[in-house]
Design a protein around this ligand. Structure first.
Ligand code: PGA
Length: 250
């Protein structure tokens, strides 16, 4: 069965609640494409108003982060149950900015992935190499390690439902998109890694996105690659351009 593409916006730390409502209303008609899954991952405070504004559309509202404990004395954190209660289905886990600025590690990513599945949330699990790692020729080894740790103790049934976002750090927010060959090569290696950990059926089912300076002009070629099942889009997800990215196949 062909995998359904999933195109997700990552708003990062942008948009106040009222701006979020405005942006959802602007983008709603532009992102109408039932052939793909459309997700807007928004700041926690925007989730409820964005959800309300997106009602009746094909837009799913997702979160950008979540904590791995159920509840309690973790000031400032958002629990999985809070996300579920707000109607969230997708949550970005382990974005490179979380790893760089908020001390997230492969181990905390794994804890969050397990917790997300426990609550039936679909994790969008991020991985990606630095420019130095690419130049040292260790990209695939590094990504394989990130994937192997992220999926520790995750069952095949859960893994089949996961989304992985391959985002080379040097391509994020830099306007320097990976070539289609580079993106396809790593996404293929990720799928092979999943096949090794689990089996071919799980590898065939899992969806792998490319992220890093995706634009309306680069999306069609990237998303046409055999192992690229959509994108995780930062900057361009805040603009009408996102409509063209979601409708890359039209
Ligand atoms: P970008 O961000 O599209 O602005 O490069 C992608 C991301 O960080 O998810």
């Amino acid at each position: 069965m062909a995998r359904k593409k999933i195109i997700a916006g990552n708003w990062k730390m942008n948009m106040t609640p009222s701006q979020a409502v405005e942006l959802v209303n602007t983008l709603k008609p532009l992102v109408a494409n039932d052939e793909v899954d459309v997700v807007f991952c928004v700041p926690a405070i925007d989730i409820i108003p964005a959800m309300e504004a997106a009602k009746g559309s094909n837009i799913n509202i997702g979160a950008e982060n979540m904590y791995f404990e159920e509840k309690g004395a973790f000031t400032g954190e958002i629990s999985p149950e809070m996300l579920v209660d707000a109607g969230v289905k997708y949550v970005i886990i382990g974005h490179s900015e979380r790893r760089e600025y908020f001390a997230e590690t492969d181990e905390t990513v794994n804890k969050k992935v397990l917790k997300a599945f426990e609550h039936d949330l679909t994790p969008i699990i991020c991985c990606g190499e630095t420019l130095t790692q690419r130049e040292q020729g260790v990209t695939i080894d590094f990504i394989r390690q990130q994937i192997k740790i992220a999926f520790l103790n995750v069952t095949a049934e859960q893994a089949a439902k996961a989304v992985i976002a391959y985002e080379p750090i040097w391509a994020i927010g830099t306007g320097k998109v990976a070539t289609t060959e580079q993106a396809q090569e790593v996404c293929k290696a990720i799928r092979e890694c999943i096949a090794e950990i689990y089996d071919d059926a799980t590898a065939e089912a899992i969806r792998i996105q490319y992220g890093g300076s995706v634009s309306a002009s680069s999306a069609p070629e990237l998303f046409a690659q055999a192992d690229i099942d959509g994108g995780l889009v930062g900057g361009a997800s805040l603009k009408p351009d996102f409509g063209a990215i979601v409708n890359y196949n039209k």
